[in-house]
Every structure is written in C-alpha cells, then in structure tokens.
Design a protein. Structure first.
Length: 154
C-alpha cells in the first residue's frame, strides 16, 4: 500500500448519520422480527384459554421498515461498499454481511408474494438469517478496527 490512509477521513468511513441509520433501522427490524417470532411461537404452543399475542402492530412496523432497509442497502452498495472494495478493506466480512442483508430482502418479499406452500420455508430462512445480522455486524466492525490499525495512520 502507498501512504497510509488517515483513519478519520478514509473514504469508506460511514458518517454519524449513516451509522445511526444502520444501527437504528437494523435494530428496529431485529427487535420487531424477534417479537413477531416469539409471538407466533407463543400463540402456537400457548394455553388456548390464555389471550393471544397481538402481532399486527409488530408486523406492520417490520413491514414498513422494508423500503427504508432497501434504500439503506442501496446506499451502502453505492457508497460504503464500493469505496471499501477499492481500498481492499473487509471484503470477506462485508460480502458475508451484504449476502445476509440481500437474503433477508429476498425472503421478506417472498413471504408476502410467494405461493402459500413456500411461505413456511421462507419464514424459517428469514428468521435464521435475521439472527445472523448482529453477529455479521459485530464481525464486520471488528474486522474494520483491525484493518484501520493495520493500514491507517491516526
């Protein structure tokens, strides 16, 4: 590598607003998805005499987040990922994280628009993939910290 990159001004670094959008949108989506998953299981195995867990508002929130998450995905592809790829930074963890993100978008759309016979499988894939989001974000952040220490000046 030529001269070290300044860690504070590296081109792929996300702004504070972008960081907040990523954490906020993914956090809301993860929490609402976890509540939906929990509520569905509670309704299926719960005592028939007990009140049903109302999931409508959580499903609505989870679904309304989709266009914002798709826009975030597009922003990351056009800005953060493109520049990070040129810098050869965090390629493996970034590809893994974006594959998870893309699979969530595809399975989420499939849950709404696929034949009913496919929906149970798509929901399972969507839930398992959603559980990988915090892990992939953590791995990507740790990899970024290591890359910065190795390739950037302070």
């Amino acid at each position: 590598m030529d001269d070290p990159i300044n860690a504070a001004t590296r081109p792929s670094r996300l702004s504070l607003i972008a960081h907040l959008a990523v954490i906020g949108l993914l956090g809301l989506s993860f929490v609402s998805g976890a509540i939906i998953w929990y509520g569905q299981n509670a309704n299926e195995i719960g005592d028939p005499a007990s009140p049903r867990f109302n999931l409508h508002n959580w499903r609505t929130l989870h679904g309304v987040l989709n266009p914002f998450l798709c826009a975030l995905f597009g922003f990351l592809v056009c800005q953060h990922i493109r520049l990070g790829w040129q810098m050869k930074a965090n390629r493996l963890s970034g590809v893994f994280m974006e594959a998870i993100f893309a699979l969530l978008i595809v399975t989420g759309a499939g849950i709404y628009y696929s034949p009913e016979a496919w929906q149970a499988s798509l929901i399972s894939i969507h839930c398992v993939t959603g559980l990988l989001v915090p892990l992939s974000l953590t791995i990507h952040w740790i990899a970024a910290q290591i890359w910065v220490k190795k390739n950037c000046q302070k």
